[in-house]
Design a protein around this ligand. Structure first.
Ligand SMILES: NC(=O)c1ccc[n+]([C@@H]2O[C@H](COP(=O)([O-])OP(=O)(O)OC[C@H]3O[C@@H](n4cnc5c(N)ncnc54)[C@H](O)[C@@H]3O)[C@@H](O)[C@H]2O)c1
Ligand SMILES: *[C@@H]1O[C@H](CO)[C@@H](O)[C@H](O)[C@H]1NC(C)=O
Ligand SMILES: *[C@@H]1O[C@H](CO)[C@@H](O)[C@H](O)[C@H]1NC(C)=O
Length: 349
């Protein structure tokens, strides 16, 4: 019998790419998303790209904090595991609206975990983030590096990691994989799904992309005096399709090992790239000039952050395949085909 996976936040950027890879790998997928920060169009596009596997996908517009709706879903469908993406993730907004972030991310997760317990599904893959490494004293970050959250968003990630460690400590039936993502960028090579930020983009590549298609005149680069080769921040960019495949590897691990416990894995490439290097790579691929405006450091941004990928390679047998060039190529392909994301010029600001 094919396995059935519940994917929360499956209409979002990483979620939609992961749902596609899951379908292509033969899983049955049920997506739950409140569409707060995404469009059902993403789900329709995934269905179309998946071809004959598209019929294995169903979508429910549900907020995770709606206990009754979750209960109904779990009662009607048996899930072999849950992949939990749903959450808010804008760092700056989390500083302005901490209660919104704690309410959505923490209460949403607890509601999900409680529903899982009630219905006897105790296998989970959770989207954590490299942000839990804070401002690391040593790179690359290994899974044993010290943890330190620098803002409410990061604290929600760290708290959920702790909740997961605690529930496994209390009940060994739980098997949980915490995936710490580095910086996912790019899009599916079809150019039909990708990242579609509403409002002002928080991350580099959506910003670059909006400049390239003429939606914004210039790119603001925060921080130019870091002790890096060109003064700009260094990050570990990973192609979103590689990241999505990391979830399949994690699920396979969960299904193979019955007493895995609660394990954490970095998902990155192990390579650091500066903001200016990234911009240059994108200019080369797209043939578009990206005018840069230099600005001060953003509070709480680390200087250099990249992953040690050894643990994931060894234990998940997973390794990123794509480099910066492919990331830029696919980002640009998506941007060209969908300059306004899933919306229209008047639906986006
Ligand atoms: N993109 C990154 O750079 C990055 C890095 C590290 C970790 N993450 C984590 O990965 C996950 C997915 O990120 P993404 O980039 O795809 O973001 P996204 O905003 O595109 O996707 C998140 C999805 O969750 C949904 N959602 C939010 N709250 C919900 C709720 N209460 N109930 C139901 N659905 C809800 C949103 O509508 C959205 O579709 C998030 O947990 C994020 O924190 C992302
Ligand atoms: C998904 O679709 C494929 C192809 O149509 C089919 O062979 C497979 O059994 C389906 N899987 C599930 C879980 O329904
Ligand atoms: C909404 O999703 C986009 C990606 O599609 C992301 O860039 C942005 O940070 C998200 N916003 C929130 C509040 O999570």
């Amino acid at each position: 019998m094919a396995r059935r996976i519940l994917v929360t936040g499956g209409a979002g950027y990483i979620g939609s790419h992961t749902v596609l890879q899951l379908l292509l790998a033969g899983f049955g997928v049920v997506v739950v998303d409140n569409l707060d920060n995404s469009s059902e169009v993403a789900v329709e596009r995934v269905t179309a790209i998946a071809g004959k596997y598209g019929k294995n996908l169903t979508f429910h517009r549900i907020d995770l904090r709606d206990k009754d709706a979750l209960d109904k879903l779990f009662a009607s469908t048996k899930f072999d595991a849950v992949v939990h993406f749903a959450g808010l993730k804008a760092v700056g907004e989390s500083v302005q609206k901490p209660l919104l972030y704690y309410n959505n991310n923490i209460i949403g997760t607890i509601a999900l975990l409680e529903a899982m317990v009630r219905h006897g599904c105790k296998k989970l893959v959770f989207s954590s983030s490299a942000t839990v490494y804070g401002w690391p004293k040593k790179v690359p970050c290994t899974e044993e590096s010290p943890l330190c959250a620098m803002n409410p968003y990061g604290r929600t990630k760290l708290m959920i990691e702790d909740i997961c460690r605690d529930i496994h400590r209390a009940d060994k039936d739980w098997n949980i994989i915490l995936l710490r993502y580095f910086n996912p960028i790019g899009a599916h090579p079809s150019g039909n799904i990708g990242e579609d930020p509403r409002g002002f983009p928080n991350n580099l590549m959506p910003f670059v992309q909006q400049v390239a298609v003429g939606r914004r005149p210039t790119l603001t680069v925060f921080g130019n005096d870091y002790s890096t080769k060109d003064g700009t921040g260094v990050r570990d960019y990973i192609h979103v399709v590689d990241l999505a495949d990391g979830h399949i590897a994690a699920l396979q691990k969960l299904f193979k090992a019955s007493n895995l416990g609660c394990e954490v894995y970095n998902l990155g490439t192990g390579k650091g790239t500066s903001v200016l290097e990234m911009v240059a790579a994108f200019e080369k691929t797209s043939g578009k000039k990206i005018p840069v405006v230099k600005a001060g450091r953003r509070h709480g941004d680390a200087e250099i952050l990249y992953a040690s990928t050894r643990k994931a390679e060894k234990e998940l047998k997973w390794k990123a395949k794509y480099g910066i060039e492919e990331m830029c190529r696919d980002q640009w392909n998506w941007a060209k085909k969908n300059p306004w994301g899933y919306g229209s010029p008047d639906s986006t600001s």
